[in-house]
Write a protein that binds this ligand. Structure first.
Ligand code: FAD
Length: 439
């Protein structure tokens, strides 16, 4: 556990509580196999090599099996652990299990990494099918044996300062069994309609697996493997499953980006030239966005969903992110940080990738003038306002034609829009001419 480091990476209570509950579930599962779970507290990543060296010595460990993670700090940590353990004669076996295809393996025609998703996906898909078949067998129950006592680390449940592990318990039950059930439900009941339903926030049309994928209670490989198996005998669902696998490919893609472009890990725009955009310093507007009181019902419903449940629907993540960066012209990093702080599935690579895509500073960047209109997105993806009124209940009962423009109905119980959509069309560069901007 590296709670201080996680906190310094903006990981918030929803995800930390989910992570603690996942550890509880893992411990119970391992106990049934007579396998002991040791939780070592190493507050910063730099403490991890020393803590593991110490533990390996005390338990007389011969070999350590680890799964590679790809953000820069994690890579540096894992290299340092490998070095430290080799020095005391412990073999380190590093595995590729967080992605289907290892970063660095896929290369463009000119030998570099892919920075555009579609050609990446074509190459990825060929290899992913093989990788999906390579899952490890579930361990069998072990013979009982006495380990040297390591009292301190062996006290579970562990705590993280200030985190109530029951936060979100009913919304986000944890553990591998729950994750497998979600996967099964998705494949048997939702996959067929996924291409249509995935964009409608009022429906449970997606898998809901992101938090489990983020903490590792299920792997992307297990998901793809199950999807490929199902699509062989369920031809009705095959298209939906293929679409779903392509979304999982985005997860791999963003992991390849953080693994191969160090500057992205250091708060810089993927497109370095975009680091000079004159973002506005507008704390009141940032706060209105965070609290879901922008006067744009779909954006507000999205932000309130995030605040109340720790999760936000994918389409709404794009709409909310574009609203912050292209309507309010606030730096994407402020939004990235807020999402990370609130999301139960907060994941550096996917969050950074999603934010930079939305802000047009990242890979596959949409040109900055491609902006989702939060009003027409509402009529298109939440016609009738079922989702919007769930989180902005004060709009229930409003004539449907005003659902996404309540100011036109002259309502006084809901804020007027804090910015005009037309303003967003100007784009952050031209806005410099309209008003003085502070960094
Ligand atoms: P499903 O539709 O069932 O997809 C299955 C899995 O595929 C997801 O669980 C996820 O692991 C992966 N996936 C799907 N879409 C994407 C995508 N666009 N990028 C990367 N992986 C994807 N996802 C996170 O897991 N953590 C984040 O912190 C995160 N932040 C985001 C921020 C922004 C601004 C945007 C636009 C997207 C972000 N996403 C993030 C991606 C996506 O919104 C979520 O993965 C998805 O909503 C999770 O719901 P689900 O599990 O039901 O998805």
């Amino acid at each position: 556990m590296s709670a201080a480091q996680w906190r310094s990476h903006d990981m918030g209570d929803w995800r930390l509580a989910f992570q603690l509950r996942t550890l509880d579930a893992l411990q119970a599962q391992l106990q049934r196999l007579n396998i002991e779970l040791f939780i070592v507290d190493a507050p910063e990543f730099s403490d991890v090599p020393g803590a593991l060296t110490d533990l390996c010595k005390r338990l007389r460990v011969d070999a350590l099996e680890t799964i590679d993670e790809y953000p820069l700090n994690e890579r540096l940590r894992d290299n340092a652990v490998e070095q430290a353990l080799l020095e005391i004669g412990v073999q380190v076996n590093r595995h590729v299990a967080d992605v289907l295809v290892e970063p660095g393996v896929l290369k463009t025609g000119s030998g570099g990494p892919y920075t555009v998703f579609t050609p990446f996906y074509k190459k990825w898909r060929e290899r992913a099918e093989n990788a999906a078949n390579q899952t490890c067998a579930v361990p069998q129950p072990q013979a009982r044996f006495e380990l040297p006592v390591v009292e301190q680390e062996n006290q579970v449940p562990v705590e993280v300062d200030g985190v109530d592990r029951s936060l979100g318990e009913s919304l986000w039950p944890a553990g591998e069994e729950v994750a497998q059930q979600l996967l099964d439900t998705f494949i048997t009941t939702r996959a067929e309609r996924y291409p249509d339903d995935r964009d409608l926030p009022s429906l449970a049309g997606t898998s809901g697996l992101s938090a489990h994928l983020a903490v590792g209670s299920i792997s992307a490989r297990q998901c793809v493997s199950a999807a490929l198996r199902a699509s062989m005998h369920d031809t009705q669902a095959a298209d939906g499953l293929q679409k779903w696998v392509s979304e999982i490919a985005w997860r791999d893609f963003y992991r390849h980006i953080v693994a191969q472009f160090d500057h992205v890990n250091k708060g810089a725009a993927f497109r370095r030239e975009k680091d000079h955009l004159p973002w506005r310093h507008a704390p009141d507007e940032l706060q209105a966005w965070q609290q879901g009181v922008t006067g744009y019902p779909l954006v507000d419903a999205a932000m309130r969903q995030l605040n109340e449940t720790g999760w936000m629907h994918n389409r709404l993540r794009m709409i909310a992110a574009m609203f912050l960066t292209k309507h309010l012209l606030i730096d994407w990093r402020a939004g990235e940080r807020y999402f990370m702080h609130k999301l139960v599935d907060g994941d550096f690579a996917s969050n950074n990738g999603g934010w930079q895509w939305s802000a047009s500073t990242g890979t596959d960047a949409a040109p900055y003038f491609r902006i989702f209109n939060p009003t027409s997105q509402g009529t298109k993806f939440d016609r009738g306002g079922a989702f919007t009124t769930q989180y902005v209940p004060e709009l229930s009962g409003l004539d449907a034609k005003y659902m996404f423009e309540p100011h036109k109905a002259g309502v006084t119980f809901y804020p007027a829009p804090i910015v005009d959509h037309q303003f967003a069309r100007v784009g952050p560069i031209s806005v410099q001419v309209l008003e003085p901007l502070q960094k």
